[in-house]
Design a protein around this ligand. Structure first.
Ligand code: ASP
Length: 410
């Protein structure tokens, strides 16, 4: 076989391999290269920086479109809309609180340290007034927050205003507005896929550069971080099951059996949107009312991403701990607020949480370049948080169904 032929085959094989395999290979090559090249490997950090810059640039527009689309298309019956909104907010706040509690208690980031970039460290430490932090994020112009500033709260003001306004307009003869938004969303997701394709290269470069300049120490705490996130996600799952036991007619053990296909699919695809039809089917099998099953699965899949919210909050604290930055109460409240928003804006596709995380980091002045460290484990944690996102939708459906089963009325 000629050399060119061999090379083509190799590339074709690489393209067919699943993302997690590509990342694992990149990780190993990065470690070897980092050790071999030493401090000159810092030059390899460039693709990682590029990926993060691109994710950061895409994030505001993606969140904006995802929220507008969710608000325009959500089919909420008047009677249940208040209940479902209350459930969604409550579940997300519980998830973030669990995440912050575990991150504060176990402090996984303290196992190793990183050097903070001087300018950004000053920025975080200098501005401790939560109101000032909040005001800083209010949009100064309509397109401003979508530009280089990428301020999440500003984006949210615009997204909510546009989302609600378009909701009223959507059934006018100008129906194609919805088509345009859907087109925009599909484009953003496609671009995201392109960026994700470069992630293995970014992982290789980042790992080589960090190992070359700082040795293994920066990665020591990652193991702790993964364990802490898994513990927090498990606690969130326990919370769902307890609430289902206490506030609905559904038996949690039977429910787990009935919905395990959806949970496994969420884990294996890393996409709660792709899992949505199966989630709905599983809920119907459990015997939930049509309306509860569809509201939980369909509306929940748009708005409800508790696993993502929990993860983003923990990731922000973890990196702050590694950098030796003390995120006080006001900054942690900002993390809560932006994580709620980021989780609503995260489309139910693989790695969407990584995009919106740039905004959580930006809002509290954490340097987004360190998200690169998380790229190495995100392929796995994404699957775990996606399963919890789906479990959150299942939880909402059961709680909407209430204490009396449908069969009792017939
Ligand atoms: N992959 C997640 C989902 O589909 C979103 C995320 O990346 O957190 O629900």
């Amino acid at each position: 076989m000629s050399r060119a032929n061999y090379f083509h085959r190799l590339i074709a094989k690489w393209r067919k391999a699943p993302l997690f395999q590509q990342i694992l290979i990149a990780l190993i090559l990065g470690i070897v290269t980092g050790f071999a090249a030493g401090s000159s490997a810092t030059l390899l950090a460039l693709p990682g920086k590029l990926v993060l810059q691109l994710l950061g640039a895409l994030a505001p527009a993606l969140i904006l479109t995802a929220i507008i689309h969710a608000l325009m298309t959500a089919q909420l019956g008047d009677g249940v809309s208040f209940k479902i909104v209350r459930l969604l907010i409550m579940n997300t706040l519980v998830a973030i609180s669990i995440g912050l509690l575990i991150a504060n208690l176990l402090q996984p980031g303290l196992a190793s340290s990183l050097t903070p970039p001087a300018a950004q460290a000053e920025n975080t430490a200098g501005n401790n007034n939560p109101l000032a932090l909040f005001l800083e994020n209010i949009p100064k112009s309509l397109l401003g927050p979508l530009g280089d500033d990428g301020k999440v709260i500003g984006v949210i003001f615009i997204a909510v205003a546009f989302g609600l306004a378009l909701r009223k307009e959507r059934s006018r003869p100008l129906q194609h507005v919805q088509d345009w938004v859907e087109l925009a969303l599909a484009c953003f997701i496609r671009i995201l896929h392109w960026i994700i394709a470069v992630v293995p290269l970014a992982v290789f470069g980042i790992v080589a550069s960090i190992i070359g300049s700082q040795g293994f120490s920066a990665f020591k705490s990652l193991g702790w971080f993964v364990a802490s996130v898994l513990l927090a996600l498990a606690l969130q799952a326990a919370y769902y099951l307890i609430r289902i036991q206490l506030c609905s007619w559904v038996n949690p053990v039977t429910l787990l059996k009935d919905t395990r296909d959806a949970l496994f699919m969420a884990f294996s695809t890393g996409s709660s949107t792709a899992t949505m039809p199966l989630t709905y089917e599983c809920l119907k099998k459990t015997g939930l009312r049509e309306q509860s099953a569809s509201l939980g699965a369909l509306v929940g899949a748009n708005f409800n991403n508790d696993g993502t919210a929990l993860y983003e909050a923990m990731a922000a604290l973890f990196i702050a701990q590694m950098l030796g930055m003390n995120l006080g109460l006001e900054h942690q409240l900002m993390v809560v607020l932006t994580s709620v928003i980021a989780s609503v804006g995260a489309a139910g596709i693989p790695e969407a949480g990584l995009v919106t995380m740039t905004l959580v980091f930006g809002a509290v002045g954490l340097p987004t370049q360190y998200i690169a460290i998380l790229l190495t484990v995100d392929w796995f944690l994404d699957r775990c948080r996606t399963a919890i996102n789906v479990m959150g939708d299942i939880n909402v459906s059961c709680l909407l169904d209430g204490k009396i089963p449908d069969s009792a009325n017939t």
